[in-house]
Design a protein around this ligand. Sequence first.
Ligand code: ASP
Length: 303
Amino acid sequence: MKSFSLMIHGGAGATANKPEVLKAIKSVLTKGTAELKAGASALDAVEYCVSLLEDDPQFNAGRGAALNAKGEVDLDAAIMNGDRLQAGAIAGVQGIKNPVELARAVLDNSPHVFLIGKGAMEFARTQDVATKPPEYFITQKRKDQWEAAKTNAKIVLDHSDYDEIKKKYGTVGAVALDQDGNLAAATSTGGIVGKQFGRVSDTSLIGAGTYAENGLCAISCTGVGEQFIRTVLAKHAADIMRFQQTDAQATADAAIKYLVETVKGLGGLILVDAAGNCAKAYSTPGLVWGSAGSGKTLTVGLN
Ligand code: ASP
């Protein structure tokens, strides 16, 4: 058997001990590595892991996602195959049970990379993706968070000074190396609490929150999306590795250093390189993460 690696995240922000969150991360990692061990592609493995995390209401993706300013759930996701830089992404979709599956359908079945809003929903109706009614997505925790956000306009208007992110977590992502040496990344989010209707996340933007390139690395980001878009952070990290020949950890550290120095950015990233080395870095107090793979001990953590 050739080597394989898997790393997942459940968002940047929290440091408080969250046994249920770590249990979920461990379970998804266990299932994802079983697939990779059995010969699944990195692309299938990251889609699978992210869809499991989307189904878990503890995370800000799919079921249990953060609410926009109208109190609705708008979902964004992206997936990228490091083999020939194939990518699919969707933003501003409603009622799609697993947004990452719709992003994958864009990658597989559309001549385009990125579909949004009504167009993405129209495309979804031609694809084999499950839908759910609004009440499936909205949890009491998110309703309470939304009420609190409404009384604090700062959260809605000024993400660059967004204190709440220091406490939050939830966007999900996965990066993998399969036994054939292919890299892939996927990320999914409900976005920032109280976001304006129509706002697009870094998560769904190839190069900002999600990037994979065979021979180099696969990256999934989490944090204040506006800052990751302005710094094109995932591609920036890959280019650090490409041009400076940095190892996985030095790449992750340099990218987050750039995020902080240029835009005082809040967030983090996970990365797996072409040799299967895993790394993480973040500027928030914590990051929910886990890593596993052939010859590796399954490890999960909050920082
Ligand atoms: N990056 C996501 C967004 O801006 C949020 C997050 O990672 O928690 O929508």
